[in-house]
Design a protein around this ligand. Structure first.
Ligand code: SF4
Length: 337
């Protein structure tokens, strides 16, 4: 017969053995969750449907209000960039917007063209769009890459060259407006939808742009209120001081009122703009602008898309409210507009 002392010892050893395995299994479970590319922080999982990838900060213009300034000259190589784009597609991305800096600057647009081609031809994204100042675009680029682009948005804040120069939208003797017309014609010729972006600021808020915009007939005219972002265009760390460009909501609304007959106008005030974009920087880090600063997450290439998204500050409700989901491909445009 086993003594009660031995029996107690066996029970104690068994209990600590079970505890030990519980601990080990728990740890493995934790690692599995981390590896699954999503840390469940209790937050709603964000699907990155529409992403703005500012892949370069370098630019040939010097707009006084620029809020994505040349703080670094870094750019991911094409292989890594494509890997990141594929990860975003796997996480639910439907629309990619390539932006800068000036996206046509690196390798005279080849880097941009190859990414657009990859997104459209290989990832089969419904929408590939670009925002550019337009100055470096050539017809040969459209011949090679036009078919991979749904929408090209060109920045134009004024139809007066003096105003453009005062803002900093210009390089040497190049005429910004003449180049805008050329790009518009190439868009038509190569079947790319044409869009115009305008930043309303102290230099152009009095202008009436209606007639010219109606002639150019873009699919969308996005009108932004000049935005101040600490560390980018305001504050001691910033490369620009945009305070003298800043206008109040009231002045912005007066500009909108003056152009109310332009049906393709889509206004975007600071409140709408600040957190309703998913912004990826040159390292593929999401930038959180909720605090008025741009706080970067870790790169999606290091921690995965879903983990990085938890630090993006993205306001999904505002994204929908500002009409973030629209007919954003050439096909949708042909079928339903
Ligand atoms: S064109 Fe765009 S990126 Fe270049 S300086 Fe102007 S606002 Fe900045």
């Amino acid at each position: 017969m086993m003594s009660s002392k031995v029996l107690k010892l066996i029970i104690a050893i068994t209990a600590s053995f079970i505890d030990f395995w519980k601990h080990v299994v728990g740890k493995f479970k934790k690692i599995a969750v981390l590896d699954s590319d999503y840390v469940n922080t209790g937050c709603k999982k964000i699907i990155p449907k529409s992403v703005n990838y500012h892949f370069t900060r370098r630019c040939n213009y010097e707009c006084g209000f620029c809020f994505h300034t040349a703080k670094t000259s870094y750019m991911l190589n094409l292989v890594d960039a494509k890997m990141g784009l594929k990860m975003l597609k796997d996480a639910g991305m439907e629309k990619i917007n390539f932006s800068g800096g000036e996206p046509f600057l690196p390798e005279r647009g080849r880097h941009l063209g190859e990414m657009a081609k990859f997104c459209k031809a290989e990832l089969k994204l419904p929408s590939v769009t670009i925002v550019s100042n337009g100055s470096l675009i050539k017809e040969s680029w459209f011949q090679k890459y036009g078919e991979y682009v749904d929408i090209l948005a060109i920045s134009c804040d004024s139809f007066y060259e003096d105003t453009n120069k005062a803002i900093g939208r210009g390089q040497g003797d190049k005429n910004h407006v003449e180049q805008l017309m050329k790009v518009k014609n190439w868009c038509e010729k190569y079947d790319v939808l044409f869009k115009i972006n305008t930043v309303v600021n102290t230099y152009n808020h009095d202008e009436d742009m209606s007639e010219k915009i109606l002639t150019l007939n873009p699919i969308r005219w996005k009108v932004f209120q000049c935005l101040l972002l600490e560390g980018e265009n305001v504050g001691p760390e910033a490369l620009r001081n945009a305070e003298s460009f800043y206008i109040s909501e009231e002045i912005f609304n007066t500009f909108l009122e003056r152009h109310k007959n332009v049906k393709c106008l889509v206004p975007e005030s600071n409140t709408k703009m600040q957190n309703s974009y998913l912004i990826l920087d040159e390292y593929m880090r999401f930038l959180d602008c909720t605090s008025g600063l741009k706080l970067p997450s870790k790169s999606i290439l290091d921690i995965g898309v879903s983990n990085a998204l938890q630090f993006s500050g993205f306001d999904e409700a505002m994204f929908k409210k500002r009409g973030g989901v629209y007919k954003w491909s050439k096909e949708a445009n042909k079928l339903k507009w």
